[in-house]
Design a binder for this molecule. Structure first.
Ligand code: NAD
Ligand code: UFG
Length: 336
């Protein structure tokens, strides 16, 4: 029976993907080196779904592991989440980002070629757009990443495009995520950052649960309605459902396609804080500090292409994102 390979499946987004796949009746193989996750997430996935998956602990860059994986499993498609994602870390350690992300993807694609598996959905990012002059962002905006992490993602996009040009038998979906947040409604899986979180929602959650004292707001002098940065937050469950639609789309259209996955609505830092306070019933102390280098004033998607071509749209609003993030955090104050 054919199966889907989920690289990085023990991670935040990948674990939610596994739940949706198993619930849709698809068999799942996960490859993850656990460099930014732990296997408990996969135990939770199996508890939620009451179904088993096949977990292989291994690295994308380990060619023999990949060859064996494809030899022993009848894989029909790959959902490729595996890689490193911390912008600041990528500035300090760019080569490990090129190695894990670009080289890791290269090894994966070589193994897929050898196994004649030619369908892949790749986790790209809105970071590839850099800091555009106008909003909302459509897929034909210029790409201009301003950090090594974004460069690795754009390099992979280029690699996949060249591959498709050389062999149109490939079906490739590149999904540019905006800001994934929230957690599974069961509260069993969620975002589990190592150390102090870099991103707004996990930081807020840890303030609300008492692990961190206060939120530092990175600038309130942006040209936005309340001076704080605006982002397009998207519920992780909506995001992973977009991948199921992308897989379906590739079955009908063996093409290379790029789609933004966002809600199309931007929210400021203060709006997120207020929504989180309402969802959690906790007060979030805030302190305004200077802007974070490299942050744009606003970033939000035009998701029309995904709405029309993938027949997908985000359903959950900011309140629901906060309610689900909070449930996960309250049930796991220190993570898994
Ligand atoms: P995550 O760190 O929780 O998950 C990534 C997983 O990949 C981890 O479990 C990690 O252990 C694994 N991994 C890393 N390098 C590996 C390697 N060489 N071999 C095997 N496994 C490896 O991150 P996430 O938030 O779930 O993100 C998933 C994907 O989506 C990433 O590719 C990320 O760049 C992309 N993305 C994430 C966001 C976001 O804000 N979370 C936004 C845009 C794009
Ligand atoms: N912010 C704060 N305080 C914090 C953290 C964030 O004020 O402690 C602000 C930021 O300045 C920004 C907003 O909250 O205005 C969102 O910041 P995040 O760090 O949560 O998200 P970013 O948009 O900066 O970047 C994230 C990921 C990238 C990814 C991008 C688009 O970090 O990897 O979304 O998908 F590529």
């Amino acid at each position: 029976m054919s199966k889907v390979l989920v690289t990085g499946g023990a991670g935040y987004i990948g674990s939610h993907m596994c739940v949706e796949l198993l619930q849709a009746g698809t068999d799942v193989v996960v490859l993850d080196n656990l460099s930014n996750s732990c296997a408990k997430s996969l135990e939770a996935v199996q508890r939620i779904t009451q179904k088993k998956l096949n977990f292989i602990e291994g690295d994308l860059r380990d060619k023999s592991t990949l060859a064996k994986l494809f030899e022993h499993n009848d894989i029909s498609a790959v959902l490729h989440f595996g890689g490193l994602k911390a912008v600041g870390e990528s500035v300090n350690n760019p080569l490990s980002y090129y190695d894990n992300n670009v080289n890791g993807t290269l090894c994966l694609i070589e193994a897929m070629t050898n196994a004649d598996v030619k369908t892949i959905v790749f986790s790209s990012t809105a970071t590839v757009y850099g800091v555009p002059d106008t909003m909302p962002i459509t897929e034909d905006f210029p790409t201009n990443p301003i950090n090594p992490y974004g460069q690795t993602k754009l390099t992979i996009e280029h690699m996949l495009r060249d591959l498709h040009n050389s062999d149109p038998g490939w079906s490739i979906s590149m999904l540019r995520y905006f800001n994934p947040v929230g957690a599974h409604p069961s509260g069993e899986i969620g975002e589990n950052p190592n150390g102090i979180p870099n991103n707004l929602m996990p930081y807020l959650s840890q303030v609300a649960v008492g692990v961190l004292p206060r939120l530092q707001v990175f600038g309130d002098d942006y040209p936005t309605h309340d001076g704080t940065g605006i982002r397009d937050y998207i519920h992780v469950v909506d995001l992973v459902r977009g991948h199921l639609n992308a897989l379906e789309f590739l079955q009908d259209n063996p093409v290379l396609a790029i789609h933004n996955l966002g809600t199309g609505t931007g929210h400021s830092v203060y709006e997120v804080v207020e929504a989180f306070e309402q969802a959690s019933g906790k007060t979030i102390p805030c302190e305004v500090i200077e802007r974070r280098a490299g942050d744009a004033a606003e970033s939000f998607a035009d998701p029309t292409k995904a709405n029309e071509e993938l027949n997908w749209r985000a359903e959950y609003d900011l309140h629901r994102m906060c309610v689900d993030s909070w449930r996960w955090q309250e049930m796991h104050p220190r993570g898994y």
